[in-house]
Write a protein that binds this ligand. Structure first.
Ligand code: IPD
Ligand code: CA
Length: 295
């Protein structure tokens, strides 16, 4: 979808909530889609046959490539041009405080390890949030996740539903936990991964099966369209979560943390509400939010 970025520029607010009105939110969704698609084209067309690791971050197996940086740079330029008063938070270091109360939360490549190895599941994730760019306090207004290799694009706007390539999405309503196909992911620190493996021994015997596809943003969108029944992961960053969680929620998913907390870094659980309640109980019993070093 192509859009005029200035359509979302004025940001009129609805008086009762201080949030942008529906038309503005719809324009923000279209802009998020354009941004994710344009950055996705850069990532796709610029991928060399052999991708080099430019640097590592939280651990030796947490890579950054030149394309992570180039994609974020492109997103930063485009957002500054289209929405100069908005802030921006990005995985590769963008941290711009805006004056409008809105912040773009972007992951220039979600699934960098897949990008590195040429495994087809990686995406550009773009969301815009009202309030601080913190999953416990933000209101996600709009988001887009663009799967780079095959071009699938999921978008959502708050209160306006979720689509994949224009088709409306609804989550599955499985009858029991034991029938659920569950997506998850693992962090980059060895100690965190050891604990996630321990938790998995509680979950795996009680569900249909597990998928670890390597992009949290795509996982949440697959959940939204019924290709997964449930999803849980510890250690997500705001940019992993913002757009995908809105797509899932707008497709009817409950998206939450453990012990009454909102979804966020400590834990994110998503799916049909009754099954999420069961998985939350299981994860709480397993101490999935207990002490574990690293991310
Ligand atoms: C990672 C992916 C992965 C998830 C990790 C994330 P990155 O993001 O979303 O699926 O398991 O928790 O950090 O590092 O590829 O942007
Ligand atoms: Ca990333």
């Amino acid at each position: 979808m192509s859009t005029d970025p200035t359509a979302a520029a004025a940001t009129p607010t609805s008086p009762s909530t201080d949030l942008p009105d529906d038309a503005t939110v719809a324009a923000l969704r279209a802009l998020a889609e354009d941004l994710a698609t344009e950055a996705g084209a850069l990532v796709r067309d610029g991928r060399p046959d052999r991708v080099e690791v430019a640097a590592t971050k939280s651990s030796a197996v947490d890579p950054v490539t030149e394309m992570d940086r180039a994609s974020e740079e492109l997103l930063r330029e485009r957002i500054a041009a289209a929405r100069p008063d908005d802030g921006m938070l990005g995985e590769e270091g963008s941290d711009v405080a805006g004056t409008s109360g809105l912040t773009w939360v972007v992951d220039p490549i979600d699934g960098t390890v897949n990008y590195l190895y040429g495994v087809a599941s990686y995406a550009v994730s773009v969301a815009v949030v009202a309030g601080p760019p913190d999953p416990a306090r933000w209101t996600v207004l709009a988001g887009a996740v663009h799967s780079v290799v095959d071009g699938r694009t999921w978008t959502a706007a708050r209160g306006q539903g979720a689509t994949r390539d224009g088709r409306p999405l609804r989550v599955n309503q499985p009858a029991e936990l034991g029938a659920c196909l569950v997506g998850t992911g693992f962090g980059y620190a060895a100690s965190r991964r050891a604990d996630q493996a321990r938790v998995l021994t509680h979950v795996l015997p009680r569900v249909r099966d597990i998928r670890r596809l390597g992009s949290a943003a795509i996982d949440l969108c697959l959940l939204a369209e019924g290709s997964l029944d449930l999803y849980y992961e510890r250690g997500l960053n705001p940019w992993d979560l913002a757009a995908g969680a809105l797509v899932a929620a707008e497709a009817g998913a409950a998206v939450t943390g453990l012990r009454g907390e909102p979804a966020g870094s400590t834990m994110t659980v998503a799916g049909a509400a009754p099954r999420v309640a069961e998985l939350v109980r299981l994860l709480e019993e397993a101490g999935a939010d207990g002490p574990a070093e690293g991310r």
